[in-house]
Write a protein of this length. Structure first.
Length: 337
């Protein structure tokens, strides 16, 4: 595979999965201390990667869950935040300014803070009540954060008696590091073809529903926009028909992510509509990716993980074909803002 370290990938994703019992322990301890709600606070891409786990809890658990922008929470506050809150803050660097400020704010309110970081000796890691560090870099962090947050959500439901098969699900998740590597291998040819197809496209509408929507949002904003300077319009498939459909015409690129949860029909609605009006619809369906030993239940939970892992391969080819390294920035951490 192009510019890819297979051993490093498996090591990092195995590290994420290996945190499962420690994460469950932190969740159990927090509940024992009287936690009554949970906040996901992540800046930028790291925050987006928490959304599938947050949505899982919002739809499958009665435990109150809030998703907030760290910078906005510090400014506005929340009547729900206090000593009975669990706060989850992800940051690959462990130094994200807005997240560091939010951690201090939440601690001052008496909340229990759990951080998910890529580096241990950092402000977010050292100030948290519970820190879980799994070294990762940009090309491996999406899967790592998706898996850690999913395990956290499942652990919360298990501890509250809302599911009884936590061990079985985690057992299947433990298969993923090596399975994802095989998924990448099998997708490599299509990744190169798709990168060639879109390398000169100036603009994309990118859409998905359910657990695939955050990955559509993430890939548009954090990869195509931030790392490739390509304009995108990420839109939830439910909202596609409330405005964005008017931008669809011949020559407009529409990228559709299809997952395997209950919201698949929402993606299929876009899939039925778009080809009538544009010749550039590209559909990526996780159901086409082989995962031996993984049940339909778990496949539905990990659709964003699968999309992240195959689109990393697209990104690897795209940066070469466009002669635009994924690390190149004009403004991000380069100028004052």
């Amino acid at each position: 595979m192009l510019n890819f370290d297979e051993e490093r990938f498996v090591r990092i994703q195995s590290g994420a999965v290996a945190l499962s019992e420690d994460i469950r322990g932190a969740v159990a301890e927090s509940l024992e201390k009287g936690a009554k709600n949970l906040f996901f606070l992540g800046s930028g891409g790291a925050g987006i990667l928490m959304l599938p786990a947050a949505r899982l809890l919002q739809t499958r658990s009665t435990f109150p869950v809030y998703v907030e922008m760290p910078a906005e929470l510090v400014v506005t506050g929340s009547a729900h935040l206090g000593p009975q809150s669990i706060v989850v803050i992800p940051s690959l660097s462990g130094t994200t300014k807005e997240s560091v400020e939010a951690l201090a704010y939440c601690k001052a309110k008496g909340a229990i803070v759990i951080t998910l970081t890529g580096h241990a000796d950092t402000a977010l890691a050292e100030a948290a009540d519970h820190n879980f560090t799994n070294f990762a870099e940009d090309d491996t962090s999406s899967e790592s954060f998706y898996l850690q947050s999913l395990i956290l959500a499942l652990a919360l439901m298990q501890e509250r008696g809302e599911i009884s098969d936590y061990a079985d699900i985690v057992g299947e998740i433990e298969l993923l590091p090596k399975l994802l590597l095989e998924v990448k291998r099998g997708f490599e040819e299509r990744a190169e073809q798709f990168a060639s197809q879109i390398q000169d496209e100036p603009y994309h509408i990118i859409t998905g529903a359910g657990s695939t929507w955050p990955e559509a949002f993430y890939y548009g904003m954090c990869i195509l926009e931030e790392m490739q300077w390509i304009r995108t319009r990420p839109v939830h498939a439910s909202d596609f028909f409330h405005g964005t459909l008017e931008l669809v015409e011949q020559g407009v690129s529409v990228i559709l992510f299809k997952g395997e949860d209950e919201t698949r029909a929402l993606a299929e609605r876009v899939e039925s509509f778009a080809p009538t009006y544009t010749d550039k619809l590209s559909v990526f369906d996780t159901a086409e990716l082989a995962l031996p030993g993984v049940s339909a239940q778990v496949r539905a939970l990990i659709s964003p993980v699968l999309l992240a892992t195959v689109f990393e391969r697209v990104s690897a080819h795209l940066e070469v074909k466009r002669d635009h390294p994924l690390t190149t920035r004009r403004y991000y951490k380069r100028v004052s803002y």
